[in-house]
Design a protein around this ligand. Sequence first.
Ligand code: PMV
Length: 360
Amino acid sequence: MTTDHRPPTTDHQLSSDAQVPSSVVGGQWSAFAPGKLILCGEHAVVYRRPAIALPLHDVRAVATVAMSAPGSGITIDAPDLGRRWLVDGRPSDPLSELVVAALKHLSVATYPDLTISITSNIPVASGMGSGAAVATAVVRALAQFLAHELPADQVAALVYQSERRFHGTPSGIDNTVIAYERPIWFQRTVDQEPKSEDQRTSSSMAHGLPPTVDFITIAAPLALLIGDTGIRSATSLPVGEVHRRRQAEPARYEVLFDSAAEVALGVRDALVAGDVSAIGPLLDRNHALLQQIGVSSLELDRLVDAARSAGALGAKLSGAGWGGVMLALVTPNSCESVTAALQAAGAVRVLSTTVAPIQR
Ligand code: PMV
């Protein structure tokens, strides 16, 4: 397989000194990575429209690297997934490929004998960035083990390749927001079409130009509730369906994506101005667009409606859709009633998070 190692670098110089949270305990090197939430612009972001994503520190993936017996090779142990395997034994597993790519990037000529243990409390296939967080934690832990400071853009680039193996045509937003751990404005500069399996693993895939990545100012705290439908849906399925629908109705989909871009611009302005109440209707509009794009579901709509009826300022699905999570923007007054409404409407869990103000 040929892989494309061009990193999705930024078009301006972001500081690449994102703290690498890690610790060394008794010959073990641990690192973690947060989940993520797409505030607006999912799906349209695959087609070069801007989107806004937030790191979600309330959930996280942890990777721990420990030396193992000489000659034992590299073992990946993921008890949450019920999987344990040798990298050599399953070289085409996306995580095996990630480990090999990371070691190569870190200039390791001879593979060490290691066990890489992975745990995560981020629900898989739920729109919270589980795959990218696991991959980020693994890359960070390997870098720590090798006493190598890996800048966030390089971590993001390595994880992007791994995301491509899982999802075929990721926009790059997940790996970027998780690597930088900052709210970001993200826009691809190259159209990215879902491809056949052969083309997915080909270096000829058109994704060469760097995306625009900008840290975003958040002038006032944002209180969000995340309602989980409990339905797991692989990102590639709705992404592939959107691709098919867009091919069938290009003009309609261009209009929908343009409208999503307008929403993202409005949300960014409101975030910068600290005008939280202006964000609610924009989230509602984004959900309506995602319904028209074809990626909502009865369960997501039920949670979104329940949140609004209970006093949320706005609500929308978040991530790829057809399952996974939705988010609701709430106030201190409505937080409790919206939480109860989400639970009554079938949310298997409700997470409360506040995005703290941050200057760009
Ligand atoms: O469901 P998630 O968390 O993988 O988010 C997917 C976001 C999409 O815009 C639908 C796809 C992408 O790669 O940006």
